[in-house]
Design a protein around this ligand. Sequence first.
Ligand SMILES: [Zn+2]
Ligand SMILES: [Zn+2]
Length: 426
Amino acid sequence: MSLLITRGLVVDPARNLEQELDLLLENGKIAALEPSGAIPRKGRRVVKADGLVVAPGLIDMHVHLREPGEEYKETIETGARAAVRGGFTGVACMPNTRPVNDSSSVTRFILDQAKEAGLARVYPVAAISVGSHGENLSEYGDLKAAGAVALSDDGRPVMNPLLMRRALEYAKTFDLPLLLHCEDLNLRADGVMHEGRVSLELGLKGIPAAAEEVMVFRDLELARLTRGRVHIMHVSTRGSVALIRRAKAQGLKVTAETAPHYFTLTEEAVRGYNTNAKVNPPLRTAADLVAIKEGLRDGTLDAIASDHAPHGPLEKDVEFSEAAFGLIGLETSLGLNLKLVHEGVISLMQAVALLSTHPARILGVPGGTLAVGAPADVTLIDLNREWTVDVNTFASKSRNCPFDGWTLKGRAVMTIVGGKIVSSEQ
Ligand SMILES: [Zn+2]
Ligand SMILES: [Zn+2]
């Protein structure tokens, strides 16, 4: 099987390449990259990419696929379908399923389901601690051997700093990155939105920015102590961005991600008690939003991940205080990210790095580049196509999206995984 993608604007941050080229995919790999017309078309399927961006397959390094255990919200198949529709050729799925992915059998189950679906590549993230209870470390060697690419207790922080220290030391032996949900649960208490002016006006209990920042600080200090590697997930505050910027300047092995909702929405979105705007960490202030954008622009933040967190009416059609935290993002992520490009906050090259090259590097998975020999994972993007978000057309099983009805500019028009077209609007 041979696929020739012609005349697209090839963007490959791994080699600082942005040029109109023809791209040949063969036997599941990138086979050639040449000036237009140089690769013979005869006997090959041709995909015309005039006016389109040809990017290495996008990788969403933080999603929740809900299987096993909560298949009414999402399955590995529906989540993988949402991923490829959104332009993602790979996703890393968090372990807070039922049961928690703290064993090689759950890790293997996830990989089997993903293979069966045959859509996006699914990279299992295994639990830092058994059951994510924060008491005993899980078996990192077994988990890595089964196919886990990283460790996280996402949904919860590791509250005990000694256990966190041991996790950093243990993970280092297996070269597994720790993906950290930074939140002090005591300080969070029973808060449901950002603590500030809007929470006061609405009479809702607040979560202070400090609940995130004290934990970011702690984990950076533990990375310093152990010389371990940490990745801070869903950065939402100005203070966290400043801490990470400083840690990087000091040479600590730290990477960080934010999510599209932290640079598109603020606490104002909660007005009207919209439960789809209830997310953890919560939507913050306008000043935080500006700091997140600056962190993306200057490279303090390495990746953008959706934190796709499907929930059903059972969890969301309830009072704000009772509703579950989380929103879905796989099918809106790229469009929201391209807003930053259209606004001139980041370049197209930076956007592709944040969504593909850097996630691949952080997770240590193949892809993130269109170099010859790399997997034939490719996303074709129409930068200028305007479209309206309609949750009823989503491949995801869930509808908890605060962007319903928004008009976005730019979307994936074709997603190719291992040389196979898995989603196409052409
Ligand atoms: Zn989290
Ligand atoms: Zn999460």
